[in-house]
Design a protein around this ligand. Structure first.
Ligand code: HEC
Length: 139
């Protein structure tokens, strides 16, 4: 007689995997931020990709390392996006200047505002829960 326990273990592992996946996706941290600015934020994300900002900058700790992490740049420097616009238009010794349209600038600022509201820059500051999800230390 062929032992059936490997089948049971396989089914159990599949059930655990599906349950865990559902749990992770249902946690509040994975909910989309519905602030009514979704389209502009999506356009800003495209601007960020189009000009390869990520080749030098990180978002949520991921990306190139020539420039600083930009996850919380919106909150750190201003609330109206003037600093971000100025930085992009003028550049610096190490950062090239970009000629963005007014619409692209507005979308980029909305994107950084969204990133600031949804994440914290330095992953070393994160704590990991027993469920495997991560959260900033102060939450
Ligand atoms: C070639 C690499 C490079 C690219 C590409 C680049 N940056 Fe930068 N960026 C830098 C560097 C380096 C700095 C730090 C400059 C300094 O302090 O003088 C910086 C600084 C900044 C700052 C100020 C950050 C702070 O905390 O003060 C902002 C905002 C910024 N970049 C936005 C952007 C955006 C938006 C893009 C894409 C459109 C972009 N950068 C593309 C290299 C780059």
């Amino acid at each position: 007689m062929i032992a059936k326990w490997p089948v049971y273990v396989f089914v159990l592992l599949c059930v655990c995997y599906v349950s865990y996946s559902c749990l992770i996706w249902c946690l509040p941290g994975n909910m989309a931020l519905d602030d009514g600015a979704g389209d502009l934020v999506a356009q800003g994300r495209m601007v960020y990709q189009k000009y390869s900002c990520k080749s030098c900058h990180q978002l949520y700790g991921l990306g190139g390392h020539l420039g600083p992490d930009l996850t919380n740049v919106y909150e750190e420097h201003d609330t109206a996006g003037a600093y971000i616009r100025a930085m992009v238009q003028v550049g610096s010794r190490q950062m090239p200047r970009f000629e963005l349209s007014a619409g692209e600038q507005r979308a980029l600022v909305a994107f950084f505002k969204h990133a600031d509201a949804t994440g914290v820059a330095d992953p070393r500051e994160f704590t990991t829960s027993a469920w495997g999800s991560i959260a900033p230390k102060n939450e």
